[in-house]
Every structure is written in structure tokens, then in C-alpha cells.
Design a protein around this ligand. Sequence first.
Ligand SMILES: Nc1ncnc2c1ncn2[C@@H]1O[C@H](COP(=O)(O)OP(=O)(O)OP(=O)(O)O)[C@@H](O)[C@H]1O
Length: 311
Amino acid sequence: MIEIDSITKTYGPTKAVDAVSMTVETGTITVIVGTSGSGKTTLLRMINRLEEPTSGEVRINGESTLSVKPHILRRRIGYAIQGHGLFPHHTVARNIGAVPQLLNWPKDKISARVDQLLELFSMDPAEFRDRYPAELSGGQQQRVGVARALASRPDLLLMDEPFGALDPIIRTRAQEDLRHIQQRLGSTIMLVTHDMEEAIRLGDRVAVMDGGKLVQYASPAEIIARPATDFVADMVGDVERPLRLLSLIPLSDIVEEGPAEGAPLSADASLREALSACLWSGRSAVPIERDGTPLGRVTFEAIRARAEMQA
Ligand SMILES: Nc1ncnc2c1ncn2[C@@H]1O[C@H](COP(=O)(O)OP(=O)(O)OP(=O)(O)O)[C@@H](O)[C@H]1O
């Protein structure tokens, strides 16, 4: 559990972060979202002490970060930033293994961990472990950057706009990968973005920052349904509200018996994805499966009925 206790950072007259308190449960994704200059990055960087707080404290599993030397703390906390920050002259394997190596893990354990992470990120180890960053696509570089941050099984992974540089399609894929991997590994992640869509898609909890203050800290559903301030409501935006709500509901909620044509969707996919599939292919229903086993179908009508219920 991460406890952020009334943490403040002032730069001269500017309160970059103003008495923010929040508790993050182990094994969850918390997304910090806000406009430019709202203090997101400063808040994140105070957690691994890349910035020292002016006042307040962060505790990780009960232990104050102030009682741990910053370089030791940063080995225990993964950090991934936009543009990945890979070492250009090191191979993919050496990049991913950088922190385990600092921690003196045995070579074969590092090697096994590198291969496991590459596989998790859908990159064949035989093909990719000896390549250099320049020999990867932008999306692959980003995945290696995240794999590196996860390599030593950190207590916590901090991510600052990790997908900011990716085009929208790769970005969605990268978000799905991260969700999947986070669930597999049970990691605790705090991620900064200015994109509310990303916050809602990824976050178990969403923290909305405005002018250095935490204005709302709640589940995505709560943020959408009951924005605490006009600022939050603006960030959520009214136009896409029904679609955003649909993106929170898994297909398993409304799956029914019966046939449907075409490519199946996973029961964990959202109603929004099923709606897109129906509209894109002109189908009135899509088949649903879980791990390859057919479960039934979701109909366009059922999605519409559910959207009306939510509105
Ligand atoms: N080293 C610094 N010296 C002075 N002021 C700073 C410093 N770092 C940040 N600030 C100020 O603190 C405020 C919050 O900055 P921060 O980078 O945390 O915002 P942000 O929400 O991450 O913004 P962005 O999305 O643009 O990165 C801004 O007003 C910024 O100008």
C-alpha cells in the first residue's frame, strides 16, 4: 500500500503540488490525470524522490520513503517515461536487465526474466533480445522501456506519459498490454497522463489534479457519473459520456445464449468494443468467447438497452 500524506512542493511562489493525500492499494493501477502544469509529474517524482517534498510524506508498506536512501529507493521503484529512455548502445536484453544487474542477480536469472518479459510483451526473445533500440519500432521501444521498468519486480511502477509518443492505434494496444501484464504480475502502478480517455480505460482509480490540488480521487465509473467539480466534468466531456460508460462494462455482463456470425470478442472486452465491431461490420450481434471457448453472443439491441440504462 502506498500512502501519500499531505505532500506539498513549492517552487518560489508556485505551489506545484498542494497538500495532496491519497492511498493506493497494492496490485492496482492509479492514473493521475490533469491539464498541463497541474502538478502531476511533480507528484509522481516526489514518490521516488527525484523531487524532494517541501512538506508531507510518502509511505510504502508503512515505511517512510524519507528513511530510505534515494538511490536504494529508486531501485525498488520502477520508472518509465515518455520516449522510453533506453540506452542506445545496449541491446534490448541489457536494457531490460539493467536494474537486476545493479541488484547483482545471477546471470541466468536475469536472462530468464528478460525472456519472460519479452514474451509477455509479445516480442519473440530469439528475435529481439540482441537488437539495439534503433532497430525497433516506436511501439516496440516503448514496450522494452516498460519491460525494463518492471524487470526487478518493483514494489511500485511509476509511469509518466508512457504512451504519449505513440500513435492512437498502437497506443490502445500498448494500454491493453499494460493492463494484461499488470494483472498477470500483480504490479502496483501509478501512471500520469493528460488524457482522460486513457485514465478511464486503465485506472482502477483515477486521481484528477487541478492547480496542484487533488480535486477528485475515485473509480472511473464514479468520475464519469459524478464529477466532483466543473473542471472534472469538463475533462470527462459530456459528448462521449455514454461511450465512456460503455467502455467500463465487460461483455460478460450482458452475454446471452444464441448464435452470431463473424470474429468473436473476448468476454473481458468492453461493450464499447462490441459496439464498434457491430457498427464496423454491420452485424447485429457478435459471438463471445473466453479462452477460446464460445460463451454465446452480445446483441446490438442489448448494448443499446444497457447504454440507455446508464444515461
Ligand atoms: N523545477 C521547477 N522549478 C520551478 N517551477 C517548476 C519546476 N518544476 C515544475 N514547476 C512548476 O510546477 C507546476 C507543476 O508542474 P508539473 O510538471 O508537475 O505539471 P504537470 O501536470 O506534470 O504538467 P505537464 O503535463 O505539462 O507535464 C508548473 O506550474 C511548473 O511550471
